[in-house]
Write a protein that binds this ligand. Structure first.
Ligand code: AR6
Length: 174
């Protein structure tokens, strides 16, 4: 591995506690909050995050928008909208999910950010199979590894963390 390559990490935990340049939110197209990781991020960031989100006029599936982090330990939040798995063919869903990671990483790069953490986008309420979602996440992260100091995938549940331990032990940190 070249010494200029940033590090990819997979950890188990709550993304709202991480002090990165940016954490990514698995939002919906309104960008006005919801449940899951979206709810946790808005709760931890405080009402100013929602106020800034209101000025963004939503976000399309696969695209990404950036706000400040407010009360979060991370400086910025990148909001992206994953595909609802069963509204698409599996191929289309994979293309949208790949775009979420690509566009979030590109936005971080444009803003000069060096450390970024992702949740497992679409793999909760939106129904994307966890094993496939982890593969899309890790493969996209690998292709942008050179542009960052650290890219972290934060897994919330025991089940998805177990899948990552089996499929990507080289990146898993306990
Ligand atoms: N830290 C890290 N990961 C988390 C956290 C957390 N604090 N909380 C949940 N997860 P989901 P989606 C994991 O449903 O499938 C919202 O209502 C969770 O276990 O949050 O993209 C939005 O407003 C799962 O693995 O997002 C949208 O309407 C992953 O985060 C909709 O849900 C994603 O689950 C988006 O659905």
């Amino acid at each position: 591995m070249s010494s200029t390559m940033g590090k990819i990490k997979i950890i188990k935990g709550d993304i709202t506690t991480l002090a990165c340049d940016a954490i990514v939110n698995a939002a919906n197209s309104s960008l006005l909050g919801g449940g899951g990781v979206d709810g946790a991020i808005h709760y931890a960031a405080g009402p100013e995050l929602l106020a800034e989100c209101r000025t963004l006029h939503g976000c399309r599936t696969g695209e990404a928008k950036i706000t400040k982090g407010y009360k979060l330990p991370s400086r910025f939040v990148i909001h992206t909208v994953g595909p609802v798995y069963f509204e698409h063919t599996p191929v289309e869903a994979e293309e949208f999910l790949t775009s979420c990671y690509e566009n979030s990483l590109n936005l971080a790069k444009e803003n000069g950010l060096k450390t970024i953490a992702f949740p497992l986008i679409s793999a909760g309420v939106y129904g994307y199979p966890q094993k496939d979602a982890i593969k899309v996440a890790v493969e996209t992260m690998k292709s942008h590894q050179n542009d960052f100091d650290e890219i972290t995938l934060v897994l919330f549940g025991v089940r998805e963390f177990g899948i990552a331990e089996d499929d990507y032990p080289e990146f898993v940190e306990n």
